[in-house]
Design a protein around this ligand. Structure first.
Ligand code: NAP
Ligand code: MG
Length: 401
């Protein structure tokens, strides 16, 4: 059988620790035997980020803008301990943060569902995709611990010097105050990313805020979504038989529990943070979750939602056996390859991605899995495989297909 040829290179962002080990195994066992992989390689491993003064991260994001599709391995976000461990020149910023700032995107995360690993919510038959706005609100807040009696005011001073002023509270004793913001620009790109992703994946889009209480702030989100939908997306949604609807966050939470899934749930930054944790926990494991950053200009970066699995890596370095789940990293590759196939009109690449995903899920459904899944499965008689043998088992399933 001849290998599948690619046209445009994928931007390949290599990473750290256990996921870096899995990365190579996946390429060697599951990709390179079948595809003449064309990638532009960026080594985002911490050592190389340190050597290049983190320029490599910026270069990889710029390359993503140029080519349109990237696949990223999990990377270490340095803290004080890492600075010591890797003798870093400085505490480099989170690569994901740097890349998101350059690509300006929304993060979409969806559980990978498989028979035998059942969601706690029984009627969830299809994955629920969370679309989390990744800018502003409480994540970029300013807070004051009010020491005692006094007046708190909200003041905006325009570029022309004009003031808008409102009383927040007349305090008669100690308390707390908080200032948060967002921008029309960021909300607009959030909205566009959500509408594009819904069209792309042919799923309905839900959006919810607390606009009955937050009549200006949350209402602005609602209005921007509505305006963009009406002017730019309504026709396309109708043509594809898709629905966009806005509802109150309380109503959305109640409805989510009663649906069978299969839609995109767009959330403000904080709601997205907690709701994605809820959805992923209800579905079993972080290693069974896809994650893609979509920019409003239509650039895609696929990754795993989990980290570098440090504890497993140290075992591996000690020569001990590991059973690390590679599903999310495999799905990062298949997501990126499928998108590349779609953009370049290479249908073999798209069917390869479909087939590899199917082989991965069938392997688990046949009872062969890593330890994390064995602990939560409802299946009897499972075989727990080590990191390498799990990937090899997927290859056997794939070849048999
Ligand atoms: P983590 O790598 O997600 O791992 C936390 C724990 O979750 C692991 O110790 C393991 O539990 C379990 N786990 C996660 N992924 C797994 C997998 N694929 N298979 C099996 N078990 C899995 O989080 P962390 O240990 O807090 O962070 C490690 C490093 O990753 C940090 O340096 C952090 O900066 C980085 N990080 C990167 C990203 C990213 O690049 N997107 C995201 C988050 C964190 P057991 O040990 O109990 O088996
Ligand atoms: Mg969280």
């Amino acid at each position: 059988m001849s290998k599948i040829e690619m046209k445009t290179p994928l931007v390949e962002m290599d990473g750290d620790e256990m996921t870096r080990i899995l990365w190579k195994m996946i390429k060697d066992e599951l990709l390179e035997p079948y595809i003449n992989l064309k990638t532009e390689y960026y080594d985002l491993g911490l050592e190389n980020r340190n050597e290049t003064d983190d320029q490599v991260t910026i270069d990889s994001a710029e390359a993503t803008k140029k080519y349109g599709v990237a696949v990223k391995c999990a990377t270490i976000t340095p803290n004080a301990a890492r600075v010591e461990e890797y003798k870093l020149k400085e505490m480099w910023k989170s690569p994901n943060g740097t890349i998101r700032a350059i690509l300006d995107g929304t993060v979409f995360r969806a559980p990978i569902q498989v028979k035998g690993i059942d969601p706690c919510v029984k009627n969830w038959k299809k994955p629920i995709t969370l679309a989390r706005h990744a800018y502003g609100d409480v994540y970029k807040n300013v807070e004051i611990r009010v020491p005692g009696a006094g007046k708190a005011e909200l003041v905006f001073t325009g570029a022309d010097g004009k003031e808008i002023r409102q009383t927040i509270q007349e305090f008669d004793g100690p308390g707390v105050i908080q200032g948060v913001h967002n921008t029309d620009k960021s909300i607009t790109s959030f909205a566009k990313s959500c509408f594009n992703y819904a069209l792309d994946t042919k799923q309905d889009l839900w959006f919810a805020t607390k606009d009955t209480i937050s009549k200006t702030y949350d209402h602005r989100f609602k209005d921007i979504f509505e305006e963009i939908y009406e002017t730019e997306y309504k026709e396309k949604f109708e043509k594809n038989g898709l629905e966009y609807f806005y509802t109150l966050i309380d109503d959305a939470v109640a409805r989510v529990m009663k649906t069978e899934g299969g839609f995109i749930w767009a959330c403000k930054n904080y709601d997205g943070d907690v709701m994605s944790d809820m959805v992923s926990s209800a579905c079993g494991s972080l290693a069974m979750m896809t994650s893609v950053l979509v920019s409003p200009s239509g650039v895609y970066e696929y990754e795993a939602a989990h980290g570098t699995v440090q504890r497993h890596y140290y075992k591996h370095l000690n020569g001990e056996e590991t059973s690390t789940n590679s599903v999310a990293t495999i799905f990062a590759w298949t997501g990126a390859l499928r998108k590349r196939g779609e953009l370049d009109g290479i249908s073999e690449l798209c069917s390869f991605a479909d087939k590899l995903e199917k082989a991965t899920l069938s392997t688990i459904e046949s009872g062969k899995m890593t330890k994390d899944l064995a602990l939560i499965t409802s299946m009897d008689n499972v075989t727990v495989l080590n990191s390498e043998n799990f990937i090899k088992a997927i290859r056997e399933t794939f070849d048999a297909m």
